[in-house]
Design a protein around this ligand. Sequence first.
Ligand SMILES: N[C@@H](CCC(=O)N[C@@H](CS)C(=O)NCC(=O)O)C(=O)O
Length: 359
Amino acid sequence: MASQRTSAIAQAGAVSQALVGGPLGQQQGNRYTARPAILSAAAAFLGVSALSGVAADAETSAPVQVADDPYARPAAAQPLPSKITLYQYEVCPYCCKVRAMLDYYKLPYTVIEVNPLTKGELKWSTYKKVPVVKLDEEVVVDSSAIMSRLATDVAASRPAPAAAAAPAAPKKPSGGFSFFGSSGCSDESAVKDQGAANFAGPALEEEVKWRKWVDQTFVKVLTANIYRNWDEALETFKYITDQTSWSWGTRELARWSGAVIMWQVGKKMPKKYGIEGDLRLALYAAADDFVENGLRGRTFAGGAEPNLADVALFGVVRAVRQTGAFRDLMAQSKLAPWFQAMEERVGDSARVATVMGSM
Ligand SMILES: N[C@@H](CCC(=O)N[C@@H](CS)C(=O)NCC(=O)O)C(=O)O
C-alpha cells in the first residue's frame, strides 16, 4: 500500500514535470542521455529540474540524434511516411503541438502513451523526453524538429495552397514582459505567403520567430496560469488525471498529490519565468501581442493559411481548453476569433489509435 502510494505520488510528480516541460535529461552535443526514471520522478516530485546528470542505459538503447536547430526546415524533403507513431504524454504542451500538426495536415497517426514514471515505452531510445515520433522506422525527436521535418515533407508531396494576400509590414514586438529574447523582428514589408512549399526568406524568419515565442514565452506564461492558485491547480490535475487509464485509487492519489505539488511549484513560476504583475493580465498581453504583431489583421500568422507558428500555438492552447485559464483567455483577450478559425481549419483528429503505457 505504501509503495503504491509512493508510486502514485511519483507519477503525479512525473506528470506535473511533463506539463512544466522541465529538462530532466541531459543533452550532450546532439546526443541525449536520460536519467533513470525513478530519479526523474523524484526530481519531478521535488520540483527540481536540474539534478546532476546520471548516464542512462545507453548501451542497450539506440542513440538518438537531436537536431542542432529544430526550427530549421530540412534542406531535402523525404517521401511522406506510410506509418506515423507518436510517443507522448497526452497533456504535454510539446506533444499537443505535434498532434495539432498531424491533425492539421491529416496525417494518420498512432499514439503510444508513455508512462511518465518508467518511460518503458521509450526503452529502445536514449532520448527520454516526449514527444518522439517514428516516421515508419525513422526516429525524430523534439516537437519543433518534428514539425519542421513534416512541414517540409508535406510541402514537397502535396500541392501548395493558393498564394495568400500580401500581409502588412511586420511590427516590432511590444515591450513589457520579455516575449522574444534576442530573436528580433524583421522589418521587411509585404511578404507574400505562398504556402510551405515556397516558404523562404522573411516569411520563414517571421514564422520561426513566433514558433520560438510559443515555446519560450507562451508555454511558460500559460503554465504559470494553470497552476496560479489551489483551485486552478486542482482543476488542472483533475483534467490531467482524467486523461489516464489509471485505477481509481491511483488517479485520485495522483490528482491530489499532483495538485499540491504543482500549487507549490506554481508559486515560484512567475519569478522563475520573469513574469511580472498579475498572471492573467500577462497571459492576455501575450495573446494580444500575437494577435497584433503576429496576425497583423490577417486570419493567421501564415496569412490566409496557417503556418507552423499558428499550428504550434493552437496545439498549446487547445491542450488547456478544460481550464479556467482557457475560458478567461477566450473571454478577455483578442485570441478567440483566431482560435475558432484554427479549430475549423484543423478539424477532426487524424489519430487512428491510442496504446496506453503500462502503469
Ligand atoms: N524541446 C522539447 C521539450 C520536450 C519536453 O520538455 N518534454 C517533457 C514533457 S512536456 C519531458 O519529456 N520531460 C520529461 C523529462 O525531461 O524527463 C520539445 O519541444 O519536444
